[in-house]
Design a protein around this ligand. Structure first.
Ligand code: G3H
Length: 256
């Protein structure tokens, strides 16, 4: 089991063979102003990252601290998640993450064998506050990130005590994880996550239409993602823009 227990209402079980079908919704935000806007739309997880600097770029430590004190003043708000960056950067930042965060994510870029990948995870976990759960990350475009393919990371993560994994794209060039993987790989990844009891979140330039059509892509409900994670499709313009209330509302209605 991970050394860092999840500090969340999901603590009981990240995934069970009878996991609920209704998916969670994660929205990536860059600061407290966007976070305050996002909470109006019934978001389950607020994920802090700086979209100008790549897939998993961290926001400033000062923003983490502002968010932590805002969150501890409220109750029953969304869970907090932080992108720590890729590999070495994630290791370097992990001990600065406030314990009010439920989740942290570290990108596997440059870890192109199992030992390196496990070593990076161990180094991040050792530095995170005890209450923060590390979420494994796999990239649909793994070659661009010079890391292992998603299937291998998923398998390694399950064997290394992870309970959750995010499937994202490293390059934000408009190609979605769904386009890159194709339906049969996506279905197999869903089956694999289900069999290995991993809660999985699908991200990577996904659109509302793609998520609305998930039942066709992945017919068995139990293999579908437990969570959909989005930034670009809820922004004005592209993911570098700011959150668009109309798009947020449309996503919320589609998911609920
Ligand atoms: O963790 C989720 C990502 O921030 C999703 O961003 P994206 O929808 O722009 O690929």
């Amino acid at each position: 089991m991970p050394t860092n227990a999840p500090s969340s209402r999901f603590r009981q079980a990240a995934k069970t063979p009878l996991a609920p079908v209704k998916p969670e919704w994660l929205v990536s935000v860059r600061d407290l102003a966007e976070a305050k806007r996002a909470v109006e739309f019934d978001v389950a997880i607020l994920d802090f990252k700086e979209p100008r600097r790549g897939a998993l770029a961290p926001v400033a430590v000062q923003i983490w601290r502002q968010v932590a004190s805002w969150a501890s003043a409220g109750k029953d708000g969304p869970l907090l998640s932080a992108a720590l960056g890729e590999s070495d950067q994630a290791v370097g930042l992990a001990d600065q993450l406030p314990p009010e965060f439920a989740f942290a994510k570290a990108g596997p870029s440059g870890c192109n064998d199992p030992d390196q990948t496990r070593g990076m995870w161990d180094a991040v976990r050792a530095r995170l506050p005890d209450r923060v759960e590390l979420v494994a990350v796999a990239y649909a475009d793994h070659r661009s990130a010079d890391c292992l393919p998603a299937e291998q990371i998923l398998d390694l993560a399950a064997r290394h005590g992870f309970r959750r994994i995010l499937l994202d794209t490293c390059e934000k060039n408009g190609r979605s994880s769904i386009d890159l993987l194709g339906s049969s790989r996506l279905l197999n990844l869903g089956r694999q996550a289900h069999q290995q009891l991993l809660w999985w979140s699908l991200a990577g330039s996904i659109t509302r239409d793609q998520v609305a059509g998930m039942a066709k892509l992945i017919p068995p409900p139990e293999f579908r993602p437990d969570c959909f994670a989005v930034r670009g499709d809820v922004c004005d313009g592209d993911r570098i823009g700011t959150l668009c209330p109309d798009k947020m509302r449309q996503w919320m209605q589609m998911l609920h």
